[in-house]
Design a protein around this ligand. Sequence first.
Ligand SMILES: [Zn+2]
Ligand SMILES: [Zn+2]
Length: 558
Amino acid sequence: MTNSDISDVFSLLSKLMDIHDENSFKSKSYATAAFQIDRLPKELSELPRTDIASQKGVGESVAKKIIELLDTGELSQLNELIEKTPEGILDLLKIKGIGPKKISTIWKELGVESPGELLYACNENRLVNYKGFGAKSQQSIKEALEFYFSNQERYLYAAIAPIAKQLDQFFKRLFSVDWVFITGAFRRQCDIIDELEFLILSPVEMILEALSANEHFSLEREEDDVLHFKFQGCIYITIYSCDEENLPQLLFFTSGTAEFNDAFDTQFPDIDYNNEATGDDQFFEAAGIQFIAPCLREDASVIELAKAHAIPDLIQVSDIKGIIHNHSTWSDGLFSIEEMAKACIEKGYEYLVMSDHSVTSFYANGLSVDRIRQQQEEIDRLNDKLYPFKIFKSIECDILGDGRLDYEDAVLASFDLVITSIHQNLKMTEEKAMMRLMGAITNPYTRILGHPTGRLLLSRKEYPIDHAKIIDACKEHHVVIEINANPRRLDLDWRWIRYAVKQGVMLSINPDAHSIDGIDDVGYGVFSAQKGMMTAKNNLSSLSLQEFEIFLKSKKIN
Ligand SMILES: [Zn+2]
Ligand SMILES: [Zn+2]
């Protein structure tokens, strides 16, 4: 059981206590414990039991519960509360923006017991009559519910990738290494995956027989040579059965989107798909066009580029030379600057850009002007020690409500580069969002615009912006646009990366790492960048140390 699992248990315990109107002092202390446990540097399960109570934010009574959890895998107090709570109310807790107090009212006063009922109640305008709800909060609950329903059983690429790999190996053991292919949205490196699709060279009957013995697979539907399973009750798996003759063709048509496939089929009607091809790359050869990587088979436009042999060499993970946008223990990161730097050296990177939070992000321990000075002294010392590796002084500066930045110019001038991001008051109109972003882009100190839309895939919608206008303004003001590589963000979206590349705007694949593991998130950013048809030349973090230093000097601030 990881700290993150333990934190989830305390968070749920606290929320359920609130819903059932239990001791609010205690529920608050469990919420605090949940927050702290998630941030502990060491796994509680690996500590001697006697040391648990002395961990930050834990204490005696929470420690007792942690030990119960570690020993038995459950918490009796939580079990009792879950027992008393309808399942639909537990589902409501998973929806962002509806807190336990509101759920308590919804349940006890409106008699609503599930997300579906609640959406219905919103549509009937029933919430507005209750204490603590107005037309506005009813509307935002309604939107949160619609978002919840549209995201059921969908997964982040990063969350499903380990399962996809395990299943791939499992199928290869069951059938044969050369007979199993992963296809569909996963092969296209989409950021959200609704189902995992496999192509298996085997008759339907054999696939059915092989999987019928496995309790984790339940057959949902069977149509001709396509089998639809649910894996472990929650993940949709589609298996296409094929023979040697139609394998390349099926691999081709299950990899591309319908739009791509239709366009290809219409433009090259004479291709003989059964003509002894061994892989789907041969169809591009047969069509006389450039090979189109699976990740690009999204729409028809790429075919035109392939005809003109104009698809560039896509950026690779090995093209990343520096790790830009990172957090340390100075703000909300888990490791010291030195530990982050050493991890980068070990991974073969040439430089690290430390961008802790600015002062307005108080919840993330944002840096005061005094602490900035101390941090910069520490970086100077480390640069002497770690030479020729280099750490750059940066900040992830909050864009305030009126578009100003979080420090005076003199402070901003002390950084090697400033990344500007919006973190607070994310609920805003397009007009307001544009005003804030334009304020940051036109500020001469902004070198990189961080996570431009603030979206969290599957849980928080982006604030509305005029993408083209923002990208054009970044070009005009020589601002680099971040591709935040955290798999939950992937912001800028790949569809707009294509536009930015076309406009000649520089982008930067940044991990926004809050830990050493987080550094590797650059890989997800590269997947997005490939979909956006980016080359290493379009990417700031692909500059060598020497080139990066020249870049830093390239923008004159008057
Ligand atoms: Zn941020
Ligand atoms: Zn950040």
